[in-house]
Design a protein around this ligand. Structure first.
Ligand code: ZN
Ligand code: ZN
Length: 410
């Protein structure tokens, strides 16, 4: 057996019991690549054991996606299945929980026409917005976990046979998701408590900005007014405390969309919707990413940033120690869920309204007034390493160390 069935079952349990804390009677919407069906089946079983109402799985298929790029008429690339996302939004308004399984081939679209890719993504983002707003606004409990599909595994471990690569990626996923522990649920409780201690400290400081310095990086990220740091377990508006990302190592908050200035270089390649963007260098002015260079994927990523007005502004800033287990594994996963948790990162696009004091009740206009950004994209990219120092800037301009050489300063 390539993928340990006991650990796969534990991962499904963690997704339901820790990731979602699925409530009795709650419906569940699962999205997954077809290759992840073995995990979807385990998750469905645990969901019903936990008292789920109806579990609905929506599968995507790489071959079908590629068939569109090969054979669809040009007009197809400005269309999206809006009816599906409206239905998902309807389900969330009825308190359905949301579980996404990541595991697609990260390079799926790398050989396709970048213009068609970006048009299709733009159409999809716009159509997805009604559903995404309920997820990003944390109306309902949601969770994302991963499954080691063969194409993804071969990208991460190119020198191994497919079978060995899948086994290795599965083990890395299990370890990062803490299902290796004897009692994964207790391990998650401890991890959540550690993250809470970090964000409690940061909230107490109420820094007005973070200042990053390191090779190629001299960046000041202003924080939004009345921002709030979060991380690990978190309460959704429906009253359920869930762990949205599995794995997660970050504490994060909302930057001010107009107060980001300076230079920053990416410390890891970014894998975004089947493209790989390498060696990014960015310059920010008044919060806007005014210049983006990359050794690979530069044009394609600039197109993505131009999706809308908010695409070049930041919506998230996150701190992750360089010694985090995912970083320590030394594996480049080509998957943001993993790679962002190996490194301090920032995100272009939509902010999380819950990263504000009283955020659950704020209108979009109030969020914007405090410096929150809105966009149809949310793309995390990695700027942390063991060479980066981060200072917290107080309102009066005085500074104090937050991280030194990629580790918490205290
Ligand atoms: Zn993040
Ligand atoms: Zn993010």
């Amino acid at each position: 057996m390539i993928i340990n069935p006991v650990k796969l079952d534990k991962l499904a349990q963690v997704a339901i019991k820790v990731g979602l804390q699925l409530a009795e009677g709650q419906d569940l919407v699962v999205t997954a690549p077809m290759t992840a069906a073995p995990l979807v089946r385990r998750i469905t079983e645990h969901a019903y054991k936990a008292g789920a109402g109806v579990v609905t799985a929506i599968y995507s298929d790489e071959e079908a996606t590629l068939a569109r790029y090969q054979h669809a008429h040009d007009a197809s690339f400005d269309k999206a299945a809006g009816w599906l996302y409206s239905g998902m939004a309807e389900a969330f308004k009825g308190n359905a929980a949301r579980l996404a399984i990541a595991g697609d081939n990260p390079m799926m679209l790398s050989g396709q026409d970048p213009d068609k890719v970006s048009r299709a993504q733009r159409a999809n983002s716009a159509a997805y917005k009604p559903a995404l707003q309920l997820i990003a606004g944390f109306d309902i409990n949601w969770n994302i976990v991963s499954y080691p599909s063969a194409a993804w595994a071969k990208l991460v471990f190119p020198n191994d046979s497919e079978e060995v690569a899948v086994g290795k990626l599965a083990d890395a996923i299990f370890k990062a998701s803490r299902v290796d522990a004897d009692d994964p649920i207790a391990a998650w409780a401890e991890h959540n408590a550690n993250l809470k201690a970090r964000w409690t400290w940061l909230n107490g400081k109420s820094f007005s900005a973070l200042k990053y310095t390191g090779p190629g990086t001299d960046l000041t990220v202003g924080l939004a007014d009345a921002h709030r740091w979060k991380g690990g377990a978190s309460e959704a508006k429906n009253g359920i405390t869930c762990n949205p990302n599995i794995p997660t190592e970050e504490v994060f908050t909302t930057p001010h969309r107009l107060r980001v200035d300076g230079y920053v270089v990416a410390t890891k390649p970014l894998s975004h919707n089947g493209m790989l963007i390498e060696e990014m260098q960015a310059r920010f002015e008044g919060g806007r990413l005014v210049e983006l260079k990359a050794s690979k994927g530069q044009d394609a990523f600039n197109k993505v940033l131009d999706t809308d007005e908010g695409g070049r502004h930041l919506g998230e800033v996150a701190l992750v120690p360089h010694s985090s287990p995912i970083s320590a594994s030394g594996i480049l996963f080509f998957n943001t869920l993993y790679d962002e948790n190996a490194s301090c990162h920032i995100a272009q696009g939509q902010c999380y309204s819950d990263c504000f004091v009283g955020g659950k009740d704020l209108t979009q206009a109030e969020i914007n007034a405090r410096g929150g950004n809105s966009s149809n994209i949310h793309i995390d990219w990695m700027i942390g390493s063991d060479k980066i120092d981060i200072d917290g800037v107080h309102v009066d301009g005085s500074v104090e160390p937050v991280m030194r050489k990629g580790e918490w300063a205290n």
